[in-house]
Design a protein around this ligand. Structure first.
Ligand SMILES: [Zn+2]
Length: 274
């Protein structure tokens, strides 16, 4: 799913420790995990009939607090499929509906041994910060279901365009980009993938590429460990990243080569060379 220059190395470096941790971890969740995911029994359905007298609304019953999606997910009765233990990691981009912590569970539900996610709404400039509960629960589930941060790829907001020559608009994009990366660090993740950007028809590709490189360097300095992964694009025209030479040119502008990688989206690649 993900192929990064640096990430490949990272995965390789983690391979031994990961295999041993995977050996220790049951491929199914632990008994504790299954117990804590057992749904409390609902009252029996009475098809088409009035509810039983004790369930009828007397008019004085206090309003129930709405359960959060996280709480609902903590009470699931479902068996999580067995995950294949393999150096090949296969997964999907999973939903973060109800809280970023639900992504881990959604990946486990489909037997994925790697997954991708958004750490905030991908179509809005600002989103509420992650809560303590989101962070603690995400990290606990990563452990509980045996996922390594090196096999989780965060996808950046679709709004970001670091190649925009308009200073104000680029700064807005940079702040959104930095916020994404800071969220990754809060969640203990390692890989952040984004679409490089576009000239928007107002400058040369070389200039846009230099601006993208500059933003990556700033983000590296503002954060401590995240590897920024540049995704190849399908688009032609003003879009940067549909040619390998453009991806390479971005990397050339990046000072810390240990914290840059490439994600090859095979669908984009296919579309780009047709
Ligand atoms: Zn993408």
């Amino acid at each position: 799913m993900v192929q990064t220059r640096r990430a490949t190395q990272t995965a390789g470096q983690h391979h031994d420790s990961l295999s041993s941790s995977e050996r220790l971890l049951p491929s199914r969740p632990t008994e504790h995990a299954l117990r804590s995911h057992t749904r409390s029994r609902k009252p029996p359905k009475r098809n088409g009939q009035e509810p039983a007298p004790d369930l009828q609304d007397s008019g004085t019953r206090p309003k129930k607090r709405r359960r959060t999606a996280t709480e609902d997910n903590d009470n699931l009765t479902e068996s999580i499929p067995t995950r294949v233990t393999s150096p090949w990691k296969i997964g999907a981009h999973v939903s973060a509906a109800g809280g970023v912590e639900n992504t881990v569970l959604n990946a486990a539900r489909i037997g994925a041994n790697a997954f991708a996610l958004f750490v905030k709404s991908q179509r809005r400039w600002s989103s509420p910060p992650l809560t303590e509960e989101n962070i603690i629960s995400f990290k606990a589930r990563m452990k509980e279901f045996g996922y390594s941060p090196g096999h989780v790829l965060v996808h950046g907001s679709y709004l970001i365009n670091l190649g925009n020559p308009d200073n104000e608009k680029r700064e807005k994009s940079y702040q959104c980009f930095l916020d994404d990366i800071q969220r990754c660090e809060q969640l203990g993740l390692q890989l952040y993938n984004f679409h490089p950007g576009s000239t928007v028809g107002h400058t040369t590709k070389e200039h846009s590429i230099a601006l993208i490189g500059e933003c990556i360097n700033r983000a590296h300095q503002a954060t401590s460990s995240i590897i920024i992964v540049v995704e190849n694009m399908a688009g032609a025209g003003n879009v940067i990243g549909s040619e390998f030479s453009e991806l390479r040119a971005i990397i050339d502008h990046v000072q810390n080569k240990d914290r840059i990688g490439i994600c090859l989206d095979t669908c984009h690649l296919y579309a780009a060379v047709r």
